[in-house]
Each structure stands twice: as C-alpha cells, then as structure tokens.
Ligand binder design. Structure first.
Ligand code: NAI
Length: 302
C-alpha cells in the first residue's frame, strides 16, 4: 500500500482551505492551489484563504503554527508543486465542465500513481472521469468531506468501477488513521447518501418557510435545535454551505435522479437565493447570507 506523505488541495474556498488545514493538523505538508489572481500577487487567492482560516470560528487549525505546513500557489505558475504529491484533493466549484478542465491539467502535472480525489457533493464519479486515461481512472476516488472538515467526522468514500483496490485501501486508511474520519463507503448514486437525504430536508424546510411566510429566524428556530441542528437551523446551514453552491447541487441532482424521485416534486427555485447571490451575499464565506444582513422589520423568505 502506498504511503501518503504529501498532499495537495486544489480550490481554496469553503472546503478546500479547511481540508488543507485539517491535513496540516495531521502534520502532513500540503500544497494549496487556486486560480491565479488577475492582478498583484498571483497566488493571492490561496494566501488569502490561509489568512481567513486563521481567523475562522470554529478554528480549522488545531494550532495556528500548522498553517506553516501549507504552501499556497496558483494553477498557472505552480503546477510543478504537484510533482512529488501523493494525494491531490480537488475542491473547486461544483461544475462538471470546470472539474473536467482541471483534470486534464492534472493528468500531465501529477506524479504517476498519485491518488486524485474529488470533494464533489453530487456529481457522479462515472461522469467526473469520463474521457480520462486508464491510469487516471485507476487512481481516482471521491472523498466527500463535510463542513467544517476538522469537526465533522463523516467522510463519504466513492470508489469507481475502475479504481484500483489498493488506491481505495490507501485513502480509506489515511482518512481513518491520519485524519480521524469515519469513512463510509457509498455507491456512485445521486447525492451519495448524505446529500440525497440532506438536500431533500433543506429544500422541504425552505419550501415550508416560504409557504408559511416565516421569517428566517422563525424557520431556524423550528428547524434548528428541535431537529438536532442546534447551531444553525436550515437558513444558517445554507449560509455555512454557501448560497451559490445550492443551485449547482440541485441541478446536479435533478440531472441524475431517477424520473420518479420524490425530490423532483419539491425542487423549486428560491428567488431570494438568486437575489442574495447577485448582491454578493453568498454566505459566511462572503459578506454574509441570510444572516449579517440588515433585515429591519424581519425579512420574509419570499
Ligand atoms: P467555494 O466556492 O467556496 O470554493 C471554490 C474554489 O474553487 C474557489 O476558491 C475558486 O476560486 C476555485 N475555483 C473556481 N474556478 C476554478 C478553476 N477553474 N480551477 C481551480 N479552482 C477554481 O466552493 P466550496 O463550497 O468549497 O465547494 C468546493 C467543492 O466541495 C464542491 O465540489 C462542493 O460541491 C463540495 N462541497 C462543499 C461543501 C460546502 O459545505 N460548501 C460541503 C461538501 C462538499
């Protein structure tokens, strides 16, 4: 079984940055790459992510000094940093076309035999590896971390038809022993296990809030502690996940679920999501979402 001594995370957003921090917590050096900034320091996006992680609550790092184990960079100038990496975790935007373009680059830049995984929430593994070489497919799995990665023990592992058993074993052992995860094997089905259930719950709770004309606070009061989500409730959870991710998750599920799946009956657009996203309110990762807004008078969810 191969040993994982160095990791790279691609995408330094909500999940990528925090996954890199959690790998650093295990004492493993991590390369963190994002797109090149258009002006100034070209690695500013990944560097900015590390600065934000140091101020995030709850803390993604066990000790702030673990941040030193992360080497930030950008995908235009620093692909050479992948040459001695044993596991590359892809955590970029939830869009198949963008992930495909990145994998094409990774085919050339990665060390032969290194493991590549995606943190996708809903895109089937079969679709992710479409068109990739036999070697890439052999070395590819989905490792679906949950938010926030340091604190959520669950990790969904999806192994493809062509993934080598050794790759699956190596990743499972590393995530279990080094990262302290409870690894659950999932079939390559829409939304795997947690999002197949979780997305249904989120959509149904939001629909009910809209139909009943509840305020965000009222909806969160009933969908939070009483339903076992003590810190947030449904709208707080969407703020944590990122408002802009939700439509991608929904679209991806609708394109893969069986024709009679119950989610199809409840899936609907939430105009307030669109309005907030367009005004830059993407959730906690940006300038706020449903919370941290000036909602004088108690904003309705419609
Ligand atoms: P995000 O929007 O916070 O971050 C995405 C990052 O990808 C950004 O830093 C962006 O600059 C970068 N990026 C954009 N285009 C790129 C490109 N062409 N090449 C390389 N990097 C690019 O996204 P988030 O929420 O971290 O999601 C990342 C992945 O993790 C998605 O697949 C998502 O479904 C999954 N995920 C998200 C969870 C959440 O709670 N937000 C939970 C579990 C999985």
């Amino acid at each position: 079984m191969a040993e994982i001594k160095k990791v790279a995370v691609i995408g330094s957003g909500v999940m990528g940055g925090a996954i890199a921090a959690h790998v650093a917590n295990a004492g493993i050096p991590v390369v963190l790459l994002d797109v090149a900034a258009k002006e100034g320091d070209r690695s500013a996006i990944a560097k900015g992510a590390i600065d934000r992680l140091l101020k995030t609550d709850p803390a993604p790092f066990m000790h702030n000094k673990n941040a030193r184990l992360i080497t930030p960079g950008n995908l235009d100038d620093d692909l050479n940093l992948l040459a001695d990496v044993d596991w590359i975790v892809e955590a970029i935007v939830e869009r198949l076309d963008i992930k495909h373009a990145l994998y094409e680059k990774l085919e050339k830049a990665r060390k032969p035999g290194s493991i590549v995984s995606s943190n996708t929430s809903t895109i089937p593994l079969d679709k992710l590896v479409e068109g990739r070489s036999a070697e890439f497919q052999r070395d590819f799995v989905i490792t679906h971390f949950f938010n926030p990665p340091r604190y959520m023990r669950l990790l969904e592992l999806v192994v493809g038809k062509k993934t080598s058993p050794d790759v699956a074993k190596t990743i499972e052992k590393f995530c279990d022993v080094n990262l302290g995860k409870g690894v659950v094997h999932c079939h390559d089905t829409p939304g795997f296990i947690a999002n197949r259930i979780g997305t249904f719950w989120i959509q149904q709770a939001i629909n009910s809030a809209m139909d009943l004309g509840l305020t965000v606070e009222e909806a969160d009061a009933v969908s939070g502690r009483p339903m076992g989500i003590p810190k947030t409730g449904v709208f707080g959870l969407v703020d944590l996940v990122g408002l802009d991710l939700m439509p991608h998750i929904s679209a991806s599920l609708l394109s893969t679920l069986p024709p009679k799946d119950a989610y199809r009956d409840i899936a609907r657009d939430v105009p307030l999501f669109k309005k907030l996203i367009e005004s830059g309110y993407t959730g906690r990762k940006g300038k706020g979402g449903f919370y941290r807004l000036d909602r004088t008078g108690g904003a309705k969810t419609k």
